[in-house]
Ligand binder design. Structure first.
Ligand SMILES: Cc1ncc(COP(=O)(O)O)c(C=O)c1O
Length: 426
């Protein structure tokens, strides 16, 4: 399964595991066969989930080399890794400085946005249990919050109330407040959300959290490493972070706009003592107390090294430049899409943007036509729309995508491209 696309059934007629090992060169050649079947990175990552620094190949190379260098370090064994441990602490400090967190903010690394969100919900649950005696926890979130919230609530048997959005597609703060009950341990907002690239009213939600004494998490997985730079450049976004008193935790993905290798994200707690709610020190087994950074056990230091390297390589100036470029890409899409008949850009705050086809124009047929031209995007269903990621790509990428779209729409209208075009990619 995948977010978009799924595993194709394969019948293996021969054993795949060889009796005898194969020479290194042949192994690499065989691997290349898989690699070549994929859509190449440049195309796949220009308009889809990217953040792989395609427009800054020098930084991408630094990230890759550092990842390779530390790939075999296991972050469980810190005693053996004084150097790696120091490097990891420096990354946490750079996160504090980049995201303007208070100096005493506690930070944990996770394997990605999803795990960071699981950590937030788990911490709120433990806090609710220990501080407020809540045994049947519930959480209240805007409808647009990431699917990972629902995943973890299923794993952990927590009731999730997704509250319909306001007319502006942002969290309906009053409705969220009304949905809070005695079992509510957590409310959350996105900064910005993945479906629409819109910031929720974090200040409003923070006040609600304080009024009802519930844990407030901000999902900054997508925007966390862009927002401070966007703000510095004067781009209008609301205050979304620990400057809002009700905010207890924030998730921010390094493998998105900090441009590290995947998988790497972070969860930050305003009060360092709240880390205790995340920790699960297990001692009821033969080997004694077992603790870990977050939910995973063994993790590689590769992505952390890669984050360290890119942060040092780019510095504040480099991140500002990439943000400037992302905002220019956003402006260019808005201007160019306004000239295309049959679609309407739905203006976002940043990070992603959706493009809505006119009534009667089949979303998946349009996407199929685009994919055939190697222009990629993601589907969004409510309402039907194509989603593009506003990354620091070149003008040419924007122009090619928009001209492909302009070419495809009349063909879909005339029935010359149908939904079948998307089938190979589903
Ligand atoms: C706002 C937001 N939260 C959480 C996630 C989940 O992140 P991951 O795919 O790294 O688990 C994403 C991913 O795009 C996201 O955009």
């Amino acid at each position: 399964m995948g977010y978009f696309g799924s595993d194709k059934a394969v019948v293996f007629e021969q054993p795949v595991f060889p009796q005898q090992g194969i020479a290194r060169d042949e192994v690499m050649q065989l691997l290349t066969r898989f690699e070549r079947q994929d859509v190449d990175d440049i195309h796949a990552h220009n308009t889809i989930q990217s953040t792989t620094l395609m427009s800054h190949m020098a930084a991408a190379q630094v990230a890759k080399d550092a990842h390779q260098m530390f790939l075999r370090r296991n972050m469980l064994y810190k005693t053996l890794l004084p150097g790696t441990t120091r490097m990891a602490l420096e990354v946490k400090q750079m996160i504090r400085e980049m995201l303007r967190y208070p100096q005493d903010t506690a930070i944990r690394f996770t394997s990605g946005g999803s795990e960071s969100l699981y950590c937030a919900i788990h911490s709120a649950r433990q806090w609710g249990r220990q501080v407020k005696n809540i045994e049947r926890p519930e959480i209240v979130v805007p409808y647009s919050i990431h699917a990972a919230f629902s995943k973890w609530c299923t794993y952990a048997d927590i009731k999730i109330n997704r509250i319909p959005l306001g007319p502006d597609y942002r969290a309906d703060v009053a409705a969220i407040e009304r949905a809070i009950n005695d079992n509510t341990v957590l409310i959350a907002g996105s900064a910005p959300c993945w479906p629409y690239g819109l910031f929720d009213d974090i200040a409003g939600l923070g006040e609600v959290a304080q009024r009802h004494d519930v844990w407030m998490h901000v999902d900054g997985c997508l925007g966390g490493f862009q927002s401070p730079f966007a703000e510095q450049l004067g781009h209008p976004i609301p205050v979304w972070d620990f400057r809002i008193p009700g905010v207890r935790s924030i998730s921010a993905d390094l493998h998105k706009h900090a441009y590290s290798a995947k998988p790497l994200s972070s969860i930050a707690f305003r009060d360092a003592s709240w880390e205790q709610y995340l920790d699960c020190p297990a001692a009821d087994w033969p080997d004694g107390p077992y603790t870990s950074e977050a939910i995973c056990g063994t993790t590689t230091a590769g992505p952390i090294a890669s984050a360290w390297a890119v942060m040092k390589f780019l510095g504040e100036e480099g991140y500002l430049e990439l943000m400037r470029r992302s905002l220019a890409v956003r402006e260019r899409y808005i201007a160019k899409l306004a000239e295309v008949d049959g679609v309407e850009p739905f203006i976002s705050d940043m990070c992603v943007m959706t493009i809505r086809p006119e009534k009667g124009l089949d979303l998946f047929a349009v996407m199929g036509g685009l994919f055939e031209r190697q222009s990629f995007c993601l589907p969004s269903l409510q309402p039907p729309a194509m989603k593009i990621v506003l990354d620091p790509v070149t003008d040419e990428v924007v122009d090619t995508f928009v001209s492909d779209l302009a070419e495809v729409i009349p063909l879909v209208r005339r029935g010359e491209i149908t939904i079948e075009a998307i089938q190979p990619y589903m």
